[in-house]
Design a binder for this molecule. Structure first.
Ligand SMILES: [Zn+2]
Length: 383
């Protein structure tokens, strides 16, 4: 049993509570949170606040080897079927792909993530490669694989935590039927898809199917969540809510490709569960602090009202709800994944609001304590 004593953001609303004792069992599960004194294993200084480890709700960790080669190119030229990303993935050596993934996982851990959801390319082989590299990191990866060759969908599904479809053009009735039957026996596995990422994609969907992609995705009734929804209108968001689907937005990535800022305020107003992700590593580093500040500042610039606390929830609590796993909250029964931020560091000192300080001012160097499944990853002040 490990006990941490700290000020912490507790439960699904990230409520600030002073000096709580958090007990973690040998399996890395939080078994008790109490104000009652306990023998302490880790006493965090009073300037620290303990928060849930960050959850990156959408990544493509394999493309770090294309860092800074996509700026100025269009979405299609970068990540489209003939773009630089798939060209490099298909022509690179296994060592290059391993180094690329390794670099992304190092950044995720260094920047305070304890979980990430990855849309993994390259079929079964791609999933297995990521799983092997991931096994030596203090990091939980939920891997959503995709088909590479005809007939491999079941194998990909069995190796993964679910499926991540490229877009509506990668789906047909037969694939939906297979996916539904696979899910019946594995209801814990999730299925996601990129939707409404660009206007070009929407017009292609209209000309091929006579419908925009979100409506088609909702008709299929097999998806648990959609990624992007950047150009979703109010009716489409209402439809997503009606179908009980979650939305993951990647604002930095959308703006990197010259696309629109996603309708985050509307998504939250409709009480859709919102997760935020950093998307392709080639476009931006998986840095939760940069993502949160970028989102809040660009929301203002787009006349959207969202709060720092909502943004913090969208990279902790909400992705845990999307994953249907006991992660992303400091709560009894949940995985002991934490980071401790020192509010007396120069970046944060004098701030009068913890949520604004964490979302708009903090950076990875302000993380002084990090724990994954009850095991220490980092403790700057440990003597
Ligand atoms: Zn993506």
């Amino acid at each position: 049993m490990v006990t941490i004593c700290a000020n912490a953001l507790i439960g699904p609303d990230l409520e600030f509570v002073q000096s709580v004792y958090i007990q973690v069992d040998e399996q890395g599960i939080i078994v008790e949170i109490t104000k009652e004194q306990k023998p302490i294993t880790y006493l965090l200084p009073p300037s620290y606040v303990l928060i849930p480890g960050f959850v990156n709700a959408h990544t493509h960790v394999a493309d770090a080897f294309l860092k800074d080669q996509g700026y100025g190119l269009s979405l299609d030229e970068t990540v489209g079927p003939e773009g630089i990303k798939h060209n490099k993935l298909n022509t690179s050596t296994i060592e290059e792909r391993r180094d690329s993934i390794q670099n992304s996982l190092e950044m995720l851990v260094h920047n305070g993530y304890t979980t990430f959801f990855d849309f993994r390319e390259q079929g079964v082989e791609g999933v297995v490669l990521l799983k092997n590299i991931l096994s030596s990191f203090p990091l939980r990866g939920l891997i959503f694989g995709r088909s590479k060759a005809e007939g491999d969908l079941e194998d990909v599904f069995n190796e993964s935590d679910g499926l991540g479809f490229v877009d509506i053009f990668a789906v047909d009735k037969e694939i939906v039927k297979t996916t539904k039957s696979l899910k019946e026996n594995n209801p814990e596995k999730l299925v996601g898809i990129h939707v409404s990422e660009s206007e070009e994609l929407l017009s292609n969907s209209l000309s091929k199917y006579g419908k925009r992609d979100i409506e088609l995705v909702c008709d299929y009734s097999v998806f648990d969540y959609v990624v992007h929804a950047t150009y979703a209108n109010e009716d489409e968001l209402s439809l997503l809510k009606e179908k009980n689907m979650c939305v993951i937005c990647c604002p930095t990535s959308s703006l990197y490709y010259g696309l629109k800022f996603p309708p985050i305020e509307s998504i939250l107003r409709k009480r859709i569960i919102l997760g935020l992700g950093t998307d392709n590593v080639l476009s931006c580093n998986p840095d939760p602090f940069r993502l949160m500040a970028f989102t809040l500042i660009n929301a203002r610039n787009n006349n959207q009202k969202i709060t720092p606390r909502e943004v913090l929830k969208s990279i902790t609590v909400n992705p845990g709800l999307i994953a249907k796993k006991k992660i992303g909250q400091i709560k009894e029964g949940f995985s002991a994944d934490f980071i401790g931020i020192d509010l007396e560091n120069p970046n944060l000192k004098l701030s009068k609001d913890i949520y604004s300080a964490i979302t708009m001012r903090a950076e990875p160097s302000d993380i002084g304590f990090q724990m994954y499944k009850g095991r220490l990853v980092k403790w700057k002040d440990q003597k």
